[in-house]
Design a protein around this ligand. Structure first.
Ligand code: NAX
Length: 331
């Protein structure tokens, strides 16, 4: 039998946490044969609710779940974890300045970085979900220098899956037959959902999405804005932000990272830029990646047209500004 893997979920008493922990305990993230021990962290005002989630995990009698740690102590939460999914953060409240929200999250991610560095298992893989996701991940990476930069990522898989979903709906084909969309850049409304290399499996073989949709105006316009603004549309409809789709995307992200992407398929991950595609190095930026043996690699050599270039640059610019703002909060 496999040794259990320890998975940390921060903000585990929140909405995404509530959707995510049962998925992990059911093997959706790491496989149906992989036992897990869940470490759940939240802050003291949420301690009672967190304990309620722990009670429900016990009540669900998940065969793969070999233990649950529910705590408000960061050191205890991080002890020995192999995977860390960082969902906890400070939300933007009405009337708050961008700088104030950034400042709160910078201090959270700085201190949680130190805890992971000190207490997590060597080679721990980190996924930041909490917004501003790319910049929180960058701060975490900077303040956990002994964790390899390659191990710190942020979630843009939800945006990627949203793009697949929009194409599937438009063409009336199963989403499983659509692949290789790309989310470039920031997990924000400046992200660039790119279908230039995306394909659909049809009875006549794999066809480019552009060839099948036959409507460049839609692909260059409404498709992009729908994906960029999907989070806001969910809030409008549900009066709550995306949770089940975010939790599912977090499982997809870790599963593909650990177990590998299928041959010929790439996914989008926010990763530390090495300057590929002329994206400034030193940002956490979403790229198309393939994964093998627990490591991601940016897909190289895709032709980039002028339309794409502009959009890739403007989301990079926003990330550079966020980075500067985050650093200005470090005093
Ligand atoms: P909730 O407010 O329901 O839950 C957040 C939880 O984090 C709360 O229980 C809170 O007590 C806890 N928390 C706050 N500070 C903490 C700290 N220092 N340590 C540990 N826990 C802490 O928000 P939820 O809807 O679950 O969303 C969580 C985060 O995901 C938000 O930042 C949200 O913006 C972000 N999202 C990111 C997405 C992505 O694709 N990257 C999509 C979904 C989501 O909007």
């Amino acid at each position: 039998a496999k040794e259990p893997v320890r998975v940390l979920v921060t903000g585990a008493a929140g909405q995404i946490g509530y959707a995510l922990v049962p998925m992990i305990a059911r093997g959706v993230m790491l496989g149906a044969d992989q036992p897990v021990i869940l470490h759940m962290l939240d802050i003291p005002p949420a301690a009672e609710a967190l304990n309620g989630v722990k009670m429900e995990l016990v009540d669900a009698a998940f065969p793969l779940l070999k233990g649950v740690v529910a705590t408000t102590d960061v050191a205890e939460a991080c002890a020995g974890v192999n995977i860390a999914v960082m969902v906890g953060g400070f939300p933007r409240k009405e009337g708050m300045e961008r700088k104030d929200v950034m400042s709160k999250n910078v201090s959270i991610y700085k201190s949680q970085a130190s805890a992971l560095e000190q207490y997590a298992a060597p080679n721990c893989k980190v996924l930041v979900v909490a917004n501003p996701a790319n910049t929180n991940a960058l701060i975490l990476k900077e303040f956990a220098p002994s964790i390899p930069a390659k191990n710190v990522t942020c979630l843009t898989r939800l945006d990627h899956n949203r793009a697949l979903g929009q194409i599937s709906e438009r063409l009336n084909v199963p989403v499983s037959e659509v692949k290789n969309v790309i989310i470039w850049g920031n997990h924000s409304s400046t992200q660039y959902p790119d279908v230039n290399h995306a394909t659909v499996k049809t009875s006549a073989g794999e066809k480019p999405v552009r060839e099948l949709v036959k409507d460049d105006e839609w692909l260059n316009g409404e498709f992009i804005t729908t994906v960029q603004q999907r989070g806001a549309a969910i809030i409008k409809a549900r009066k709550l932000s995306s949770a089940l789709s975010a939790a599912s995307a977090a499982c997809d992200h870790i599963r593909d990272w650990v177990l590998g992407t299928p041959e010929g398929t790439w996914v989008s991950m926010g990763v530390y830029s090495d300057g590929s595609y002329n994206v400034p190095a030193g940002l956490i930026y979403s790229f198309p990646v393939t994964c093998k043996n627990g490591e991601w690699t940016v897909v190289q050599g895709l032709p980039i047209d002028e339309f794409s270039r502009k959009k890739m640059d403007s989301t990079a610019e926003e990330l550079s500004e966020e980075k500067a703002l985050a650093y200005s909060c470090l005093t």
